[in-house]
Write a protein that binds this ligand. Sequence first.
Ligand code: PMP
Length: 288
Amino acid sequence: RTVFVNGSYLPEAQATVSIFDRGFLMADGVYEVVSVLDGRLLDFDGHMARLGRSLDALGIAQPMTDTEWLAAQRRLVADNAITDGLVYLQVTRGNPGDRDFAYPPADTPPTVVMFTQSKPGLADNPQAQTGLRICTVPDIRWARRDIKTVQLLYPSMAKMEAKARDCDDAWLVEDGPTGKVVTEGTSNNAYIVKGGSIVTRALSNDILHGITRAAVLRFAREAQMNVEERSFTVDEAKAADEAFITSASAFVMPVVEIDGARLGDGQPGPVALRLREIYLEESRKTAI
Ligand code: PMP
């Protein structure tokens, strides 16, 4: 596999980063995942806009223009013959010197790493036909979940806990005034459907502003579906007609069970399946 590191395209075994890099020592960096279908990048502009916001929030310099990002991603997709899959990109603060809590000088070049992952049949994931079983896990992450940092230890732990409890993934929950409320999934945004309305937590620092979320809510409103951006409790979710998640790599994925409670008839719901279809159709049209 050919990977990108700081402007060079190299075989993955030859790509190296300093052990003093703040991404490695301090999780001081941000990332994006862009899906590839039919060799084209989905929601590219949205992912690059959020990358810019994450970098700004941490005061890391933007290493490349969007035109350069696009050219680099297209080159990796082509060099690795990716038809369906992902582009993973990461920008860390770098580090020219020794380990230190204080940031290095502002003109320190960030470290840029990018690689592809081939996922044949990504859009035909059979899980969309059976749906996910979700377990809830306390959300003990930091208070700036809107920044897409590489600080992914807790989401990994939550996913492992979900698997140990025989679930496919976890939804993260916090105490609210009327019970446990869902923030989001470990690596996706969370939704329920009740009485025809799509309910998902409003944007704030408490959740990642999903690029897929933005697109799906736009398509839902265009299709005259009712959307409520508000918090929902675990109890409300367990009593919902259906539920689903969204992310760049899962698109729209139905949820059929929450903490052992089966939703509806235990099959993927019509709203989730319809939104999956619309998302795939519409985002293929604007893929570049
Ligand atoms: N929330 C979290 C915590 C995530 O990690 C992700 C995916 N990286 C998402 C939501 C979904 O965002 P997107 O649709 O942009 O992939």
